[in-house]
Design a protein around this ligand. Structure first.
Ligand code: HAM
Length: 450
């Protein structure tokens, strides 16, 4: 596997480069292709989602853990599989020149979560329900819903054999969609069976694919012997009929695998969750066995998979742990937020509740002093920074979305009372109100009224 990217970590510019750049005007630096900034107005949506997600996960007993962005490359090549798109062409891999190690920016969380669980003997005496959230990196061709840095909410049930926990994870997800008010999202389910069943199916599939070699595109030809199951995951229209008629892994499942699958389906039925059995659902990572699932929507164009996951009973042993079963999923946060923004009002929340306007140096210092006890009382306060005319300060106050402006000028100082102006009409009133409140009563009154 050739690294997609080669960099060194000495960092910064070389002496020659920095001398050169000082003599030239600085060229504007832009974000990297496929890597997005989240600006304050949309960040509010992210924070609201994260808060909902944390509560939702806590309600099922999931606990947070955090793993590093960088891991040894071999964790992913071994864990995710050599012949996957991710490992073959999407990883940000480089040699750390300081200690000559080959490192990779995590392209997903599962391998790192499992590495951490093994390293800290977490699975020694009991299973764990854990989750993490954050950025992951894949060098894909960017388009709507597909980025090079994107974010996942990753949930792993480590040490559970299922099928109860497989179903619990899916039921949990249905609850999250409900909490977020999402409707057009559906569940696709499949079973990938166990190693011996996959081996028998693989042999039959290779024979079948060899018979249809003439319709296989270049990528399929390449994967024929390395990862034939992924050949069926093709989007190439010319290969659809061939893929539809190929031997189905599902038909090679033995009684134990079928019983596991039935166990999941029964529980989904109990919870009233509809699903479609999709025998061609294989997922893009090699570690799965038995249950695999995806939640998909038609509302996001080509990148309609919002969440994917499944059981990976062999991974823990594969990356050096004592054998233990596990199951999990990851949600693509950008896709989920895109879907949420189609089904609800997305007004940016106000920057503060109270905006303090002042005139003159003495009033400015007093405003800063009066703001602190308001914050002690739990109110969010912005004190206008610098000096400006009343009109322009009012404009700022209005743009901040604050409920009230508290005004302090020479008159107010003389009267030891602030002018308080409501920036929006209260319910039942035509005009926003204005009143005077003594400095000493400011906290009590505003706490009651704002
Ligand atoms: P995955 O299917 O590779 O699974 O990714 C999970 C989700 O991440 C996808 O369903 C999608 O919503 C989002 N996603 C993937 N690639 C991109 C991209 N380039 N841009 C934006 N969003 C993207 C995994 O990563 C597994 N680790 C899931 C898992 C956890 N399985 C068991 N435990």
């Amino acid at each position: 596997m050739a690294p997609a990217i080669q960099i060194t970590t000495r960092g910064g510019l070389s002496l020659q480069e920095s001398n050169h750049s000082m003599t030239q005007s600085f060229q504007k630096v832009r974000a990297l292709t496929g890597m997005k900034d989240v600006l304050p107005d949309s960040s509010a949506q992210w924070e609201a989602l994260e808060a909902t997600v944390r509560e939702w996960l806590a309600s099922y007993g999931y606990r947070n853990m955090r793993t590093p962005v960088l891991e040894h490359t071999r964790l992913f090549t071994r864990g995710i599989g050599e012949v996957t798109d991710i490992v073959e062409k999407e990883m940000y891999t480089f040699v750390d020149a300081l200690n000559n190690e080959q490192l990779t920016m995590r392209p997903e969380f599962t391998a790192g979560m499992v590495r951490a669980a093994i390293e800290h003997n977490m699975l020694y005496d009991r299973p764990h329900r854990v989750y993490t959230m954050g950025p992951v990196f894949r060098h894909e061709r960017p388009q709507r819903g597909r980025y090079r840095q994107f974010h996942q909410i990753d949930v792993e049930a480590l040490g559970f054999a299922g099928p109860d926990v497989d179903a619990e994870l899916i039921v949990m997800l249905a609850r999250l969609w409900k909490l977020l008010g999402l409707k057009d999202i559906r569940l696709e389910l499949n079973s990938l069976g166990q190693g011996d069943e996959r081996a028998a199916h693989r042999a039959a599939l290779i024979v079948y694919l060899e018979k249809h070699k003439d319709v296989l595109d270049e990528e399929a030809q390449r994967r024929l012997y390395t990862n034939p199951l992924r050949v069926l995951d093709t989007k190439n229209p010319a290969m659809q009929e061939m893929a539809n008629n190929a031997p189905r892994l599902f038909d090679f499942l033995g009684s134990e695998s079928l019983a596991h699958f039935d166990g999941v389906c029964e529980r989904l039925h109990d919870a009233g969750i509809e699903y479609r059995l999709n025998p061609r659902l294989v997922r893009g990572l090699d570690y799965y066995n038995l249950t695999v699932f995806e939640w998909v929507t038609d509302r996001l164009g080509a990148q309609g998979t919002v969440c994917g996951g499944g059981r990976y009973d062999g991974l823990i042993e594969l990356v050096g742990g004592k054998p233990a079963p596990a199951v999990g999923f990851a949600i693509g946060v950008e896709r989920l937020l895109d879907l949420c923004s189609q089904s609800g009002d997305q007004a940016a929340p106000p920057e503060c509740q109270i905006y303090m306007i002042h005139q003159g140096p003495e009033a400015q210092r007093l405003a800063a002093q009066l703001a602190e006890p308001l914050r002690d009382a739990g109110l969010n306060v912005i004190v206008h920074a610098g000096s400006a005319g009343f009109k322009s300060q009012f404009k700022r106050a209005d743009a901040s979305g604050a409920t009230v402006a508290v005004i302090i000028g020479a008159e107010e100082i003389a009267a030891q009372a602030a002018s308080v102006k409501w920036l929006r009409a209260q319910s039942g009133e035509d005009q926003p109100q204005q009143e005077t409140i003594a400095f000493e009563r400011l906290v009590t009154e505003l706490k009651l009224k704002v």
